[in-house]
Write a protein that binds this ligand. Structure first.
Ligand code: AP5
Length: 204
C-alpha cells in the first residue's frame, strides 16, 4: 500500500473541514473514525452500541474497537494507494498498530488553542444530506439548507471539555512521537478556513 497521510489535531481544529480539499489534491480517500463510528451508531450495530456511551461522554472509544474498524476499512480497494486518516490514530497504541499495516508518510498537525475550540464546536452545524460542515459564525450554511442542518449530539460545551481533556492526556503525546520520526508538519489552525487550507496545500 502506498503512503498514507494523518490529519491530526484537537477536536474542532478543522480536520473535517480541510479533509475534502486534501483528498482532492492527493487523491487519497478520507477515512474518518468519527464518521465511521457515527454511522455505526445511526445503523444501531453492535459496534455502534458499544461506542455510543464513550462518544456521548466525550471519551475515547477503546483501542481494540478502533483498530478493528480501521483494519477492516483498509481492506477496501480504494485504500490501495494510501488514505487520509482523519481523527486516527489518537493514542500511541493506535499509532503502533497502524505502523504494522501501513506506511505513514506525513502527519499534518492543525494547531488551535483551547480558547478557540469551544466556540468552534458549540457553533458547528452539519448538513445531514451531504455531510458538509458549517459554523453559525465562521461558515454559515446557505439559506436554502439552513433549516435542515443539525448539531452533533456530542457538541455540547460540557462534552467538549471532556474531549479536550482526552485529547491532552491521550492524543497530544502523539505529536512528539511523530515528530521524533520526522513526520510531523505543524500548521497554524488559528486562521480563517481559507488561509489554513492554503497553508496545508503549500506543504503537500
Ligand atoms: P471525531 O468525529 O473525530 O471528533 P473530533 O476529533 O473531536 O473532531 P471534530 O470532528 O470535532 O473536529 P474537526 O477537527 O473535524 O473540526 P471541524 O472541521 O468539524 O470523534 C468523535 C468521537 O468519536 C470522539 O470523541 C471519540 O469518542 C470517538 N473517536 C473518533 N475517533 C477515535 C479514535 N481514533 N480513537 C478513539 N475514539 C475515537 O471544525 C469544527 C468547527 O469549526 C466547524 O463548525 C467548522 O466550520 C469550524 N472551523 C473549522 N476551521 C475553522 C477555522 N479555521 N476558523 C473558524 N472556524 C473553523
Amino acid at each position: 500500500m502506498a503512503g498514507s497521510i494523518v490529519l491530526f489535531g484537537p477536536p474542532g481544529a478543522g480536520k473535517g473541514t480541510q479533509a475534502g480539499k486534501i483528498s482532492e489534491i492527493t487523491g487519497k480517500p478520507q477515512v474518518s473514525t468519527g464518521d465511521m463510528l457515527r454511522s455505526a451508531v445511526a445503523e444501531g450495530t453492535q459496534l455502534g452500541h458499544e461506542a455510543k456511551t464513550f462518544m456521548d461522554a466525550g471519551l475515547l472509544v477503546p483501542d481494540s474497537i478502533i483498530i478493528g474498524l480501521i483494519s477492516e476499512r483498509l481492506r477496501n480497494d480504494d485504500a490501495s494507494n494510501g488514505v487520509l486518516f482523519d481523527g486516527f490514530p489518537r493514542t500511541i497504541h493506535q499509532a503502533e498498530a497502524l505502523e504494522e499495516i501501513v506506511s505513514v508518510t506525513s502527519v499534518i498537525s492543525i494547531e488551535v488553542p483551547d480558547e478557540s475550540i469551544i466556540e468552534r464546536i458549540v457553533g458547528r452545524r452539519m448538513d445531514p444530506e451531504t455531510g458538509e460542515i458549517y459554523h453559525i459564525k465562521f461558515k454559515p450554511p446557505p439559506e436554502e439548507i439552513s433549516l435542515r442542518v443539525i448539531q452533533r449530539r456530542d457538541d455540547t460545551e460540557e462534552t467538549v471539555r471532556s474531549r479536550l481533556t482526552a485529547y491532552h492526556e491521550q492524543t497530544a503525546p502523539l505529536a512528539d512521537w511523530y515528530s521524533e520520526k520526522g513526520l510531523l508538519v505543524r500548521i497554524d489552525g488559528d486562521m480563517p478556513i481559507e488561509e489554513v487550507g492554503k497553508s496545508i496545500a503549500s506543504k503537500l
